[in-house]
Design a protein around this ligand. Structure first.
Ligand code: GLN
Length: 493
């Protein structure tokens, strides 16, 4: 058998149930991969080797006793370090939370543990999930396993890099403006943002609460569906989580696209999109048409304003959410002779430059006299975008576009230019503004050998259709390439 670290969740589960592999073998293979690649990548902030091996041994014992918790039983997975893990440091990649150990688990963590998954560690991110390259982490940059001179995307760059490198078979991230789909695209893995409210955010360190969603990273569309099924559904601890039945997620996975109507979004597929990315997307769309889908062009003109609306709404919400980090309750506390001085010093010392920029922008946009001109206007644009997408879905089953306008860019290229960095999410932000689900599937490599992601979008709670089309895209593209750092030539000592 090939190295177990390279298996999909499905293949690893089959091998475990056939008695060819134990969870401990699999977990040790993932940890070994991390041991070899981490000095190049820095995908993890915390590796919990002892905890992972203990959980794997327990999973093996349970399986031997006939207790099978389902498709994630014994599977090593990684979690973005903005999800609370009881007893394991959780920093959101910020100095202000350095050393903070949560007293409780996020709901997703409890659900994964009930599903038998083995958590190998906590992954790096842009501080408080603000960024598109993982360069805003207070604990150092993560590198892309396809080319370590390039970024893995962000903000969930550590989760994407860990799955691409083989240090975990699946991972979870959060997506506020594209932070799952964009790094998945740049790292050649599948990444999915569920419908707003489908997955509980209890225990997720909040960035922008009307946009944040937790979702999976995996090496196949089916694996991503399995990961999502394990965590989706109503949670009494999250008032925004959706009551009622979870949509069928894997129900139509292999039904293909014959008879479906696919709309390619003009505004997200032309201007500002790298020609090689555009070509790969057009080719995939043509192949969907050959497979029996009806393909049409769809114009959604207000998408043009998505980025501007997002960069008012997200900072406005973050300025409120981050008010709680004041040196009193969590993590860092700087010196000061009065409470006010202590709070100001703690925040000045504890937050990095991008977080401070967002708080300032957001506070300004919400201030008296400017509220309606900025925040109010952005909300009106958001409504317009939502209506345009809803109208489009009256005619088509799914919409498609590139995930990211470019493939992975060199480390340092955009750090001095926030606007260039913000542009990385131009294709993903609309799904956060509408609350609808979106998924990125790798479809090819550019001339530099870097992965290109294809985005499928569906109406709210349209996960079944979304995964069905994503699976067809995966089958059509037949993407089997692996990151340089995950190939045996590199990792064999
Ligand atoms: N890159 C976007 C931002 O910086 C999106 C981040 C995210 O989805 N968490 O806000």
């Amino acid at each position: 058998m090939s190295d177990p670290a390279d298996l999909t969740i499905k293949a690893a589960g089959d091998a475990m149930r056939a008695g060819e592999l134990t969870s401990l073998d699999l977990t040790e293979a993932a940890l070994e991969r991390a041991r070899i690649t981490e000095s190049h990548l820095h995908a993890f902030l915390t590796l919990d080797q002892a905890g992972a091996k203990e959980a794997a041994a327990a999973a093996d014992a349970a399986l031997a006793a006939g207790e099978d918790a389902g498709p994630l039983h014994g599977i090593p997975i990684a979690l973005k370090d903005n999800m609370c893990t009881k007893g394991i440091e959780t920093t959101a990649s910020s100095q202000i939370l350095s050393g903070w150990i949560p007293p409780y688990n996020a709901t997703v963590v409890d659900r994964l543990s009930a599903a038998g998954a083995v958590v190998v560690g906590k992954t790096n991110l842009d501080e408080f999930a603000m960024g598109s390259s993982t360069e805003n982490s207070a604990y150092g940059t993560t590198r892309n396993p396809w080319d370590t001179d390039t970024v893995p995307g962000g903000s969930s760059g550590g989760s994407a890099a860990a799955v691409a490198a083989g240090s975990a078979l699946g991972a979870f991230g959060s997506d506020t403006g594209g932070s799952i789909r964009q790094p998945a695209s740049l790292c050649g893995v599948v990444g999915m943002k569920p419908t707003y409210g489908l997955v509980s955010r209890y225990g997720l360190i909040a960035f922008a609460s009307s946009l944040d969603q937790i979702g999976p990273f995996a090496r196949s569309v089916e694996d991503a569906a399995v990961l999502l099924e394990a965590v989706a559904g109503f949670d009494i601890h999250d008032a925004t989580s959706i009551r009622g039945d979870v949509p069928n997620i894997r129900g139509s996975l292999s039904e293909g696209v014959a008879g479906l109507k696919v709309g390619i979004v003009t505004e997200l597929s032309t201007t500002g999109i790298d020609p090689e990315v555009r070509e790969a997307v057009v080719q995939t769309v043509n192949e969907l048409s050959d497979a029996g889908a009806e393909v049409v062009d769809v114009s959604l003109p207000s998408c043009e304003y998505g980025l501007s609306a997002y960069y008012l709404i997200a900072p406005a919400e973050c300025s409120a959410n981050l008010a709680r980090f004041d040196g009193v309750r969590y993590g860092l506390r700087a010196a000061g002779s009065t409470t006010e001085e202590m709070m100001a010093a703690t925040r000045a010392e504890g937050f990095g430059p991008e977080v401070i920029r967002r708080i300032l922008l957001g506070t300004y946009a919400l201030s008296a006299g400017y509220y309606d001109a900025f925040y109010g206007q952005a909300q009106r644009v958001r409504t317009l975008i939502r209506r345009e997408f809803a109208a489009a879905y009256e005619d088509v089953d799914v919409l498609v576009a590139p995930t990211s306008p470019t493939t992975a860019f060199p480390i340092g290229e955009r750090t001095a230019d926030p606007i260039a960095m913000y542009y990385a999410d131009v294709c993903t932000i609309p799904m956060n503004l509408t609350g609808d689900p979106g998924i990125s599937v790798p479809v090819g490599l550019d001339s530099k050998g870097l992965p290109i992601g294809f985005q499928v979008m569906a109406p709210a709670l349209g996960e079944e259709r979304l995964f069905q089309v994503a699976k067809a895209v995966e089958d059509i593209a037949g993407f089997t390439a692996r990151a340089a750092l995950a190939t045996s030539e590199v990792v064999q000592p």
